[in-house]
Design a protein around this ligand. Structure first.
Ligand SMILES: [Zn+2]
Length: 220
């Protein structure tokens, strides 16, 4: 089974939007004028298309996202469901799952990383499939959550000071065949750290770093 959010996940979020259950409380304070997010007001609803994978087919699922506005300066902020990553149509389980499958084995190539049980998820309308270059870009995106990872690590060590996570992170090596530049090496490293921290976070707190923490860190 390819990693993906489900149609039920998307529908459940839509229902929360319709029942006014989405609040601005998890958002960070306004970076411009420091107004606390609990004072933010609903500004607009915007329909977003997500791509989920059902029986190896990439299908569109739609739900509304809520935009809040800061009463102090008028800056707007979007609340994202935990299956979403800003500016990405594929869902967070797909983005982290396919990226992890590229990184977890030293020999895996990008064309191999898009495969699940010897086939590649594809679009029902044409012959196009999930592109290897998409995973390359997802890894770049995931490598940018440095603030979220730092906060998650602090929380994990507070919860369990003798956790093996620091040893696991210190042991990380990125095989040389996976990068040509130092910048790419850093991105691969950052993404692998995120995958490990997320696994520890899930095991410790039974929730994802994307449920609240990434929102509080403004997806940085
Ligand atoms: Zn403001």
């Amino acid at each position: 089974m390819p990693p993906t959010a489900t149609l039920e996940d998307v529908k459940a979020y839509q229902l929360k939007v319709e029942k006014d259950k989405i609040t601005p409380h998890n958002l960070p304070p306004c970076p411009r004028c420091r107004v606390d997010s609990s004072f933010f007001k609903i500004h607009a609803y915007r329909e977003r298309r997500f791509l989920i994978i059902i029986e190896m087919l990439i299908k569109a699922a739609y739900c509304s996202l809520v935009r809040f506005i800061c009463p102090g300066c008028g800056k707007t902020f979007t609340d994202y469901p935990d299956f979403a990553i800003p500016h990405k149509h594929y869902t967070r389980p797909s983005i982290t799952g396919f990226s992890a499958s590229y990184l977890e084995s030293d020999d895996t190539t990008y064309p191999q990383a898009v495969m699940v049980d010897n086939s590649t998820p594809g679009y029902p309308q044409n012959d196009a499939t999930l592109a290897p270059s998409t995973i390359h870009r997802w890894i770049t995106t995931l490598s940018r959550f440095t603030q979220t990872c730092r906060k998650a690590l602090i929380l994990l060590l507070q919860e369990n000071p003798v956790s093996s996570i620091c040893r696991d992170l210190a042991r990380l090596i990125i095989p040389q065949r996976k990068y040509k530049t130092n910048q790419r090496k850093k991105q691969l490293f950052g993404c692998r750290q995120l995958v490990i921290i997320e696994a520890f976070f899930q095991a410790t707190f039974r929730t994802s770093i994307f449920t609240k923490l990434a929102t509080r860190c403004a997806f940085s």
